[in-house]
Ligand binder design. Structure first.
Ligand code: GDP
Length: 205
């Protein structure tokens, strides 16, 4: 088909936030390439990958942004929060502190993304490394936190063995599309391109 006749696909930006080492890069890599590599390079600042998918009949392009969670990278990552359609708050099930830190991640995101209505913004919570036997965080504690913080959906994932990874990203898309019927608007009018949603070259900073 000539490019002009190709159906337009909504570009949805989702961003992975959470402490360094919880598995954000691995989750993105698993979802986009279906591989797990225990020697991934560390993220410096931010990186993104696109993946096309269909959810409930909607064809979308998910632009997944991976960030460096270390405190020293704060000023490198926060400029990229704006324009996110969904935030994936990520912790590791074998690291209790990374769960407690979700409060800070949510605050940092809300502030720098300039979210006007945090109660209605789509956050999805991911408890990663489900395959690791040394679990420190109970599902019930997370579900309670989710209830008290706006009813976020919660997924226990493993980037290593792929458990629930696709489901979590698909839920992110569902949450975005369900938001005040933006679905039709996005599908029919979305011409947002990468240039608009993201600075041209993330490595420049
Ligand atoms: P990030 O700093 O949050 O991006 O975390 P990385 O993706 O770099 O992962 C940190 C470490 O945890 C790496 O050694 C990964 O191989 C490992 N890891 C990531 N996800 C999983 C998982 O689901 N299970 C296990 N067992 N290890 C994981």
């Amino acid at each position: 088909l000539p490019a002009a006749m190709m159906p337009k696909s909504a570009l949805l930006k989702v961003i992975l936030l959470g402490d360094g080492g919880v598995g954000k890069s691995s989750l993105m890599n698993r979802y986009v390439t279906n591989k797990f590599d225990s020697h991934l390079f560390h993220t410096i600042g931010v990186e993104f990958l696109n993946k096309e998918l269909e959810v409930d009949g909607h064809h979308v392009t998910l632009q997944i942004w991976d960030t460096a969670g270390q405190e020293r990278f704060r000023s490198l990552r926060t400029p990229f929060y704006r324009g996110s359609d969904c935030c994936l708050l990520t912790f590791s099930l074998d690291d209790g502190q990374s769960f407690l830190n979700l409060n800070n991640w949510k605050k940092e995101f809300t502030y720098y993304a300039d979210v006007k209505d945090p109660d209605n913004f789509p956050f999805v919570v991911l408890g990663n490394k489900l395959d690791v036997p040394e679990r420190q965080v109970s599902g019930e504690d997370v579900r309670q936190w989710c209830r008290e913080n706006g009813g976020h959906p919660y997924f226990e994932t493993s980037a290593k063995d792929a458990t629930n990874v696709a489901s979590a990203f698909e839920e992110a898309v569902r949450r975005i599309l369900a938001l005040d019927d933006r679905a039709d608007h996005l599908i029919h009018t979305n011409t947002v391109d990468l240039q608009k949603k993201s600075p041209p070259d993330p490595t420049c900073c």
